[in-house]
Every structure is written in C-alpha cells, then in structure tokens.
Write a protein that binds this ligand. Structure first.
Ligand code: F6R
Length: 601
C-alpha cells in the first residue's frame, strides 16, 4: 500500500525523504513524490512509476528542514504524476494513506466555493479543506481537529502549511502512522522500516491523534486536548530489512522459517513440567472458535481449524474478514474470536475484530507486528515471532501463524485431556526435528527449479488435496498466482468431478497434496482421475511407498508427527512458486498491484 515519510529538523538533503521511501518500496506502489520547503516555498516533485524516476527529477543534495514524501498505490484515479502525492492546494500540502469515503460530497462543496481540482484523488479534498478552513481560522491545529471530524474513512496524513516553516503536522485515523524521535529531528512514517536507520525511538499513535512536530519538540493532541505520549524502542533494527546475500527477501524469509518456528514455539513448549505446553491462556471454556482473517492468514486459519477440531475437539469456523464484517455474524456468547494478521493493520480484519469486541466476545489476536492496531484492539494477543517480513507474499509469518494455532489446539487438547501424555511427549520430541526438516526441504532447490521449468508455459495450474491438505493447497495456489502471475485454483480433491475436471487436458499441471493417511486412498483416486485425463501430476506427500505410479514428479516430505506436517508440506509449495516467478522474470518481492499491508477495505 502507500507509504509516507516526513522529516523536520536541522538541514538535510532531500535524499532523507527518498531514502525513507526506498525503504518502503517493498510495500508496493505505482508513483512517488516529495514536497519540501525551499526558499520559503513548498516545492512539489512527483513522478509516475518507480522511485528512480522521481530521483532523476530531484537534486538529492538540495537542503531542507521540512519535507514529506509518498509512494502511492492507486485507488482513486490512475497511477500518474498528477494523481501522485503530495497534493497541494493554497497554503497546504499533504501526503495521505487510506481512503476518504465522503470525498465526493466534500469535493462538490469545495467546487461550489470556487476551488478547481487538478487530480482525481480523494486526497486533494484534504489539502483543499484545510486551505479553506485556514482562511478564517488561521490556526493549523484547530483546522486539523476540524478536518478530523469532517472526514469519513481511513487516513494517515503528513501535512505542511506554507505559513509555518518550522513545523510538520500529522493526523492519524485507521491507517498506521508513527513518529520517529531524535534529539534535533523528528520523522513520520507509515511503517517503521522507513526510519529504522535514522532512529530507534518512536511514538505510537492512536486513532484521532494529531501532532505538531518541530526539530526538538513533539506536541500531541486528540480532540482539541493535549495528550501525553510515551517514547518506545523499535522491536527490530535496520538489519531486518537487509537481504543478507539472498537474491530476494522472499527467499531469505523462506530460509528463516526454521528459526521462526523455534522462536514462535519455544516460549510454550516446556519440557518436564506437569503439562507439556505452558504460558498460554486457558481457552478450554469456549465451545466454539471463530477465526477471521484475510488472504494467507485465512489459509493459516484453515489449517488451525483442522488442528482445533481434530485435537482439541472444538468446533471451529473460518471466515474471510471482508465478508464477515458485512454478513449477519451470529456470534455466540461462548465463542472465542481469533483474528490473525501479520501486519496487524489489515482494515477488514481490524473491523471484524471491532465487531466481535463490540458484541462482547472474547477476542484473541495472532499478530506479528508488535504494537500494531489489531494487537492493541484485541482483548488477548499471542505474537508470532517471524520478525519483520518484507516480501509482499507472506511465507515465514504464515508458518508462524500455523505453528501458533497448532500450539493453541494442543494446549486446549492437553487441558481438556483430549490428547494423552504419550502423544504429547512424542509431539514435544518431534518439535525438535521440525527446523532441520524445513532446512532439508529448503535445500532441495533443484527439484523445485525442474518443476518450475516444466510448468512455466502453462496458463492454469490446479492444486488439490483433502482436509488439511486442501487448506495447504489453497495457500500454495495463492502463493503461486500472486508472485508468478500464473492462474491457479485450489480444489478439494473430491470436488473436481463436480465441474472443474472438464478443464484438465493433456499436460495441465495438477499439484496434488497427500499427507493425511486417513484420507489418502480417496485423494489418490482423484489424482488417478486427472492423470487418466492427461494431467501432469506433481505429487507432494509424506508416503514413501505407493503400489503404482500415478504421478509425474514426486516430492517426499520427511515424516514427523502429524501436527507439524503442514509446516513441512508448505515448503515445496512456497519454493515452487518462487522458482516459477523467478523463471518468468516476475518482480518477486513486489508483485504488481499488491501491497504488504492492506489498510483499505
Ligand atoms: C499473501 C499475503 C496476503 C496477506 C493478507 C493479510 O501472500 O500476504 O494474502 O496474508 O493480505 O495480511 P495480514 O496478515 O497482514 O493481515
């Protein structure tokens, strides 16, 4: 999604803004711009496409003491220089992340007052409204407070008023924004990486907060009143956004999965005490669990559902947040609502959480970004320890979500005694094997490259599986389509013959997953059905022996206790998607049209 940086302090080259924007590039964008005070005037420079285009138009050594920058992911109006931010009207220049839902009404009112708009964006109404109010009010803070009451939607704003050469202003509502603090300089950023190399200290803002920042001062307000703030340390450092020699962040992050597994599970897997899982809240009182999330986090939820039902014997439903929030929810009193989010900022997931909270349900966030909006809103939080995830396509955060959900299921199972001690001991022992097995699967790059080469010219790829393998198939398919731009669908293996099988023809790749022994013969029958019709079957399984050969390629995942199988099975799916995208020359870390954290609905 869009990225914001802002700076106020002692003189710096305008590159302080472009450097910040470069560090937000991973989030995805299609145009960029900066505005900075030069000779008492606000100088706005914007360009379509990559930041390199913008940098060509700038003298990066141009010195300034106050500036804002933006990378735009188009929502209202095409990705071009006119629609790019910053937007300036009269005395005010703004950068904006989010969406203004009532911008059409506001725009017509302002047009009636004589304003002429240059862009198609919702953002231009913001600087125009400020300019209009300021004509009478002359107090920037008061105008921002009024603005906050007039806008509907989500907005993180960096604001410059041409009459105030010393201060940078901001306003935040339902879109992330942080303040970075150094002695003689202050920064704003929509995400920590933008400023991690400049400062370790930051202030987290609440919705409705607005601020006036100068080089040596932060003044925070909410609804007309001054507010206290706390300065905190970032949880990770600039190192987190280094590729460490890997060609892509996605590759690096996939290779971090063994370590992420250890970091996420170690706090809970405690040997030698009465129960083998510890330090977790007691979830046994809930008769039902509802998991709400978006994209890959939903897919992690589907794996979690299988675990929760199988081991903890608790009925679990999984909802897509963007649907859940507008459906009739039928939330029951004894139902725990779990929201899963890497970024902790996904707009739909956040709204779903608010609905559950408002309904009085207990809510649990499974979150990666500490201190994020969802983490702060959820009644309980368990953090995944995936560290900063930069590649737009999630890999290590997804695995961490799966790992944590598995532990929740086991924790309930242990407390409810739906699992026996012997099996728990085996699980504990096998947990130690998981990192090594993940590494083993990651090291098998030749087979993934071969498969990628074989399927690279295909337009449609199918994934099939049953039960937990179907949940994995859905994640495998999403990974493949988002980064390799290859159309793909995941099907419950038993559903194929109800329609989709008509699409199978000579050479159609079908990636079939079979790890659940209880259902393996059924899925194998379905694989044979597609094989007979000419499919190129890539078989991913933990079964070492088959009585006949019904596949073209086979990847065997190491044998481990069932609860950890998904963490192994997902690796060939992620790696195949990666190598397919690589062969096709796709921008792996920043697929087109996608954004790392989806803060608009
Ligand atoms: C896919 C992907 C997305 C996210 C989804 C939710 O690789 O990354 O589908 O999983 O946008 O994001 P979070 O987890 O930040 O709420």
């Amino acid at each position: 999604m869009c990225g914001i940086v802002g700076f106020v302090g002692s003189k710096k080259g305008v590159r302080v803004l472009t450097e910040g924007l470069e560090r937000l590039e991973y989030r995805g964008y299609d145009s960029a711009g900066v505005a900075y005070l030069k000779d008492g005037k606000v100088n706005v420079v914007k360009e379509e496409g990559k930041l390199s285009n913008l940098k060509e138009k700038l003298n990066l050594d141009d010195e300034m003491t106050l500036g804002i920058g933006h990378t735009r992911w188009a929502t209202h109006g095409k990705a071009n220089a006119t629609n790019a931010h910053p937007h300036k009207m009269g005395k005010f220049t703004v950068v904006h992340n989010g969406i203004i839902e009532n911008y059409n009404v506001l725009r017509s009112e302002l047009e009636k007052k004589g304003y002429v708009f240059k862009s198609e964006t919702d953002t231009e109404v913001i600087c125009t409204l400020l300019d209009y109010m300021y004509k009478d009010d002359k107090d920037v803070l008061s105008c921002i407070n009024k603005l906050n009451k007039m806008l509907d939607g989500s907005y993180a704003l960096g604001i410059i008023c041409e009459d105030d050469k010393d201060n940078l202003y901001l306003l935040k509502n339902k879109s992330p924004l942080i303040v970075g603090v150094n002695d003689n300089e202050k920064y704003i950023a929509s995400d920590a990486p933008a400023i991690l190399d400049k400062t370790k200290k930051n202030i987290i803002l609440d919705d409705g907060d607005y601020a006036r920042l100068s080089g040596d001062k932060v003044e925070l307000f909410n609804d007309g009143k001054k507010k206290e703030y706390q300065i905190k340390e970032f949880m990770y450092d600039a190192d987190a956004i280094d590729k460490k020699g890997y060609e892509h962040f996605m590759l690096k992050e996939m290779h971090e999965q063994p370590d992420v597994f250890k970091k996420t599970t170690n706090p809970y897997l405690k040997e030698g005490v009465e129960s083998l899982l510890n330090n977790m809240p007691d979830f046994t009182k809930y008769n039902k669990i509802r998991i709400v999330a978006c994209g890959s986090a939903t897919h992690a939820g589907l794996v979690g559902k299988c675990m929760l039902e199988e081991y903890a014997n608790v009925r679990t439903v999984v909802d897509t947040a963007s649907e859940f929030r507008y459906n009739k929810q039928f939330l029951e009193d004894d139902e725990l609502v779990i929201v899963i989010s890497q970024s902790g900022e996904t707009a739909d997931t956040f709204e779903a959480l608010k609905i559950a909270n408002k309904n009085g349900n207990d809510t649990l966030g499974i979150i990666n970004e500490k201190g994020s909006s969802i983490a702060r809103e959820a009644k309980m939080v368990l953090y995944t320890e995936a560290g900063k995830e930069i590649a737009v396509a999630t890999t290590k955060a997804y695995s961490a979500q799966v790992a944590l959900l598995t532990l929740i299921a086991l924790n309930i199972a242990e407390n409810k005694k739906t699992i026996n001690k012997k099996e728990m001991i085996k699980i504990l022992e096998d947990s130690k094997l998981v990192p090594g097995y993940i590494e083993e699967l990651l090291s098998m790059s030749d087979i993934y490259k071969t498969i990628a080469e074989e399927i690279k010219d295909q337009n449609d790829i199918f994934f099939i599986g049953r039960k937990i393998d179907y949940a994995l198939a859905q994640e495998g398919s999403l990974k493949l389509k988002e980064i390799s731009y290859t159309h793909s669908e995941a099907y419950a293996a038993g559903e194929l013959k109800h329609g989709t099988i008509s699409l199978i023809e000579e050479g159609t790749p079908v990636i079939a997953i079979v790890t659940d022994d209880s259902i393996a013969p059924k899925t194998i029958n379905n694989i044979k059905e597609v094989k007979t019709r000419g499919a190129n079957v890539i078989y991913i399984t933990n079964r070492k022996k088959e009585s006949d050969i019904f596949y073209d390629r086979r990847i065997i995942v190491p044998e481990v206790h069932k609860v950890f199988e998904p963490l192994l099975t997902i690796i060939p799916l992620q790696m195949t998607a990666y190598y397919l995208a690589k062969i096709k020359g796709c921008p792996i870390d920043q697929p087109r049209n996608l954004a790392k954290s989806v803060t608009v609905e």
